[in-house]
Structure formats: C-alpha cells, structure tokens
Write a new protein. Structure first.
Length: 368
C-alpha cells in the first residue's frame, strides 16, 4: 500500500511538472525541455513503482523493479501454482489475440516470441530496449540524412535596392534616422516595411550591412527609419562621420538561404542532442569555468541511469547502438583478430573519458 501511495504521489508531481513545462513560453525552450524531461522521469518512475506493486513480484522488498526482460519460458510443473502476471501483460492478453502469447501451462511459445527469436537472442531477451534503440537510431539517421545532409536550398532572388540615400539627422527622442536623396529612384520602400541599411562605400553589401530597420515615414525624397535593435555607439558614430551614401535593401545582403531551409526542416533543435550528453555538459562547464544550464539535463540523465542501467548509452545514444550493431555484424563473425585474454585496451574508453576531462581543465573542449 505504501508503494501505491508513493507511486501515485510521484505521478501527480510528474504530471504537474509536465503541465508546467508545456505552458512555458516557446522562447525559453531550455527550461521547457528540462521541465518536460524531469516530469517524464518522475512519471516513468511512478509507472515503474505502480507496475511493480501490481506485478507477480509485488512481494519483493524492492521499491520497484525495472524488469522489462521477457521471463524464461518453461513448462508448468504438476504441483506448481502459477503466479499472477503483471498488469500490462494481463491487459494485453485481454485486448490482443491469444495466439500472440505463450502458453504458460505447456510452455509453448506464442507467435510474438517466435518472431522475436528470429530477430536474435538479444531482441527476444529485451525487446523493449531494442525497440527504443531502433527508434532513437532511426530518428538520428532521419535527422542526419534527410534534414542535415541534403543541400537542396536555393538562393533567394535578389531583392530591390534603393540607392543614393544620405544621412540627415537622428531623432533624439524617437530614435528615428532620417535620410534624403535627389530624385525618386526606381524603388521606394513602403511604410511599415522592413529594410536593410547598407553602407555604399563598403567593398560589398555583406561588409556594409548595417542592420535591419523599419520604415516609419517615406515620400519622394526623404525617408525615416527606426532600428529593430538598439544601435551601438560605433554605429551611431559611423552615421555621423560618413560622407558617402547609403542603400536600402529589400532583403538581407548576407545569404542565409541554407540556414533558413535547415531551420524549416529541423523539427527537433540540434542543441537538444548536445544538451542530453552528460560528458559534453560536464566538459563544457569545466572548460568555461562556469555553470551551464545543460548540467541540469546531465543530472537528469544520470538519474535515469540510476533507475535504468546504461539508460543513456544502451537506449538513447546512437553511438551505443552503432557499437552494438558492429559487435553483431562484424565482431562475432570475425575471429581472426580475437585475443586470448583481456588486456589494457579494454579500458580505452575510460582513458578517453579521463583525457576529455583533462583537456577541459586546460580550457580545450574536445567533446561534442
């Protein structure tokens, strides 16, 4: 009863954190992501506790058992009393056809076990882990080969340009810049339109880009524009000391078509994968000599690893899945380079970990 009460309390807290994270403003996505992650961990922990309290192992002294492995199937003995199956299994038996499940009396495997056995012994032993690994690895491949890799962006058509504008004055109260030119020219921006101010004396438009402005007022020979961001002192000095002309560009001089298309195709921010890496968060904090917000994410990952062994490398990390695929596809089929015993090389991963942290101490970031 205590475990049920504890699980229910954690479930309520987890749902509250999830709702709070969902209501966070979109601009503050790190806080939103951390809230949703922490709420998900609490909710999953509550589900494990409640599942353990209703399973056939409820008599165990453990608070919960993260046992998602398929039990060993054997034939029932004559005087043996079969224990009660877990709540998810009982619910699945009621909803799904019986031919999918094994016969606990005769020990005959069902269609589900036979299908998993054909995929491999590790899939049969821990199907949930392999499903999570496959989903995360498939997501990584999709984001890499379908989002990042294809270079399908096309440069935008060159926008209109209004040339020959000379700076007149700066309104001290409103902060508007007034420009004037002789002649109507070919293009005149409309009121409310955003334009880019470019110094015509620069070698090219990219070097002369002065920033984005909004047109406040315009007529045939004068125009007033307001900066969308606060002007620096250097920019104000450049305006007053400039003796040349300025150009109004309809589009940004710096080409950004690739980054714009990448942002449109990227449905998960790339920074998310950097934030969930505990080693990257720790080494970044050490190298920068500061507390970074992703340390909280690393703490959540370590908490998950306490609840589920190898919860990051064995489930989420695509590199861990790639190593497992290499062991299955090559290592077990190539025996020529096998050695008799384990040597110092089996600890290379710990040497790499220590080397990464030592480099971070000296301000060099080699992770990520």
């Amino acid at each position: 009863m205590k475990r049920v009460a504890l699980g229910a309390a954690l479930l309520l807290i987890g749902v509250a954190v999830l709702l709070a994270g969902a209501q966070t403003q979109d601009g503050n996505w790190p806080t939103r992501a951390l809230s949703i992650t922490f709420g998900g961990v609490l909710t999953a922990t509550a589900a494990l506790i409640l599942s353990s309290a209703t399973s056939r192992r409820a008599q165990s002294d453990a608070l919960f058992r993260a046992d998602h492995f398929l039990p060993f199937l054997r034939k029932k003995k004559q005087k043996e009393t079969l224990g009660l199956e877990s709540l998810p299994v009982r619910a699945a038996r009621k909803l799904l056809p019986s031919l999918l499940f094994a016969d606990r009396v005769t020990g005959k495997p069902g269609l589900l076990r036979r299908s998993l056995k054909r995929l491999g012994p590790t899939v049969l032993a821990a199907p949930l882990r392999r499903v999570v690994q496959a989903a995360c690895f498939g997501l990584f491949l999709w984001l890499f080969f379908c989002t990042l890799w294809p270079y399908s962006a096309q440069p935008a058509a060159p926008g209109k340009v209004a040339t020959g504008w000379q700076f007149q004055n700066l309104d001290g109260e409103a902060g508007d810049l007034t420009f004037a030119r002789s002649g109507s020219g070919d293009w005149r921006p409309a009121v409310g339109e955003r334009i880019f101010l470019v110094d015509a004396r620069a070698l090219d438009a990219v070097r002369g880009d002065f920033g984005q402005f909004e047109v406040v007022a315009v007529d045939d020979d004068t125009a007033s524009i307001a900066a969308t961001a606060a002007l620096a002192d250097e920019q104000i000095n450049a305006l007053f000391t400039s003796s040349g002309t300025w150009d109004f560009h309809e589009r940004a001089p710096w080409p950004c078509h690739y980054t714009d298309e990448l942002a449109n195709k990227e449905f998960i921010p790339a920074e998310t994968f950097l934030a969930i890496d505990p080693l990257l968060s720790l080494s970044t904090a050490i190298a920068s000599r500061s507390w970074v917000w992703s340390l909280a994410s690393a703490g959540i990952i370590l908490l998950v690893c306490v609840l589920i062994p190898r919860g990051f490398c064995g489930y989420l990390c695509p590199l861990g899945t790639l190593i497992d695929l290499f062991d299955w596809a090559i290592s077990r089929r190539t025996t020529r380079f096998n050695v008799a015993g384990d040597g110092w090389w089996v600890h290379i991963k710990y040497y790499l970990l220590a080397g990464t942290l030592v480099c971070a101490v000296f301000g060099v970031l080699v992770s990520g």
